[in-house]
Design a protein around this ligand. Structure first.
Ligand code: PMP
Length: 356
């Protein structure tokens, strides 16, 4: 007897949550200088980093023990409180994997780092965005007020904030921690450009629901090796280890990161130079009549009503970050080296002069 084969809908090859997801597309335009991703064009460390390649036939150290010891020395917190990752991006995803169930709520201020939204979508969570003020500063009370209504699982506080450069001070973050059991993730990717005494790393032992994220991609100028880390209570670290992918950081990256962490005086000098250039560039842009916001990162966020400036810069081989949607007409420029910063401001001046 012939079996009746029931016709059914073809199986969707993606899960529902990502059907409308837009891929993260880094800029691929040709350029003379690249000021769109808060990287550093300078290699800060000894050219001949002493990398021992004799171990690359084996899997990497799953616990990145030597690297975590070097990070521990740098941040002044014990290695037991640190997990190292393939960029702090991996740590952000690890937090979603570890804590977020379907339909859970995640909080962040708006605007903030776009990947909190991307991972919320992938992991079927609802991202509740707490609006910044019109000058892009934020009030912790606005966020605290929403706690009862939504009971979030994760709360992201990015300070200094990407893309606006504003900060949330330690007193306010502690106020939030005193009011919630949610995991409060303080993303300090740019903290070196602000004030280390404002870092929440020193509070890890006081708050069992606090996670701090850091990276070597920004102040260390090592975006290519993809090394970031999270610092948290021993309890949270133990849980995160259950979820972390095995051998997540390759051996070469671990070795480069360890060498770099042994040369932090070069990082301090580099950071100081960037801060001086950032403040100078801020004044120059203001003098040109551009609405530019004070920033504590290695970048400046600004508003310009038409896209002539952006297009003009592309024509001159300078790429910066353009925002859309509610942030239409807003841009972010990385504070580069002396040559890049000078060329950027020269080109801006030329474009504005041509417009008038
Ligand atoms: N957090 C913030 C606020 C960022 O701006 C970035 C990179 N742009 C990251 C995390 C991720 O950095 P990485 O994965 O290179 O450590």
């Amino acid at each position: 007897m012939e079996r009746l084969i029931k016709k059914r809908e073809p199986i969707s090859l993606t899960k529902k949550s990502i059907q409308n997801l837009i891929a993260y597309k880094p800029n691929t335009l040709p350029y003379r200088i690249k000021l769109d991703a808060n990287e550093s064009n300078q290699f800060l460390f000894n050219e001949d980093l002493k990398i021992n390649t004799s171990r690359i036939n084996m899997y990497p150290d799953n616990y990145a023990t030597d690297l975590r010891n070097a990070i521990s020395h740098y941040i002044g917190e014990s290695a037991d409180h640190i997990i190292a990752g393939n960029g702090s991006s991996e740590m952000i995803e690890l937090l979603f994997k570890t804590y977020v169930d379907k339909n859970d709520v995640v909080f962040s201020f708006d605007p903030s780092f776009s990947m909190y939204g991307v991972y919320s979508q992938i992991y079927n969570a609802e991202l509740v965005r707490i609006k910044a003020n019109t000058d892009f500063s934020v009030n912790i009370d606005d966020l605290i007020e929403q706690l009862e209504r939504y009971t979030p699982k994760l709360i992201f506080i990015c300070t200094p904030n990407n893309p606006t450069g504003t900060v949330v001070n330690k007193v306010d973050i502690k106020k939030l921690l005193d009011k919630t059991d949610a995991i409060v993730v303080v993303d300090e990717a740019y903290m070196e450009f602000f004030d280390e005494s404002e870092s929440m790393v020193s509070e890890i032992k006081q708050y069992s629901n606090l996670v701090v994220l850091r990276t070597l991609s920004k102040a260390f100028g090592l975006a290519a090796i993809r090394v970031g880390y999270m610092v948290a209570s021993a309890e949270l670290i133990e849980i995160a280890y259950r979820v972390k992918s095995p051998y997540n950081i390759n051996t070469l990256s671990q070795l480069v990161a360890i060498e770099a962490l042994n040369q932090t005086e070069k990082v301090k000098q580099h950071v100081n130079d960037i801060i001086v250039r950032r403040n100078h560039l801020y004044r120059q842009m203001k003098e040109l009549g551009i609405t530019v916001y004070p920033s504590h990162g290695n970048f400046l966020f600004f508003k310009y009503e038409c896209d002539q400036l952006y297009k003009g810069l592309i024509n001159k081989g300078i790429i910066i970050r353009k925002f859309s949607g509610e942030l239409n007409n807003h841009y972010r420029v990385t504070v580069g080296n002396a040559y890049e910063t000078k060329l950027f401001i020269q080109c801006v001046e030329e474009i504005l002069n041509d417009e008038t």
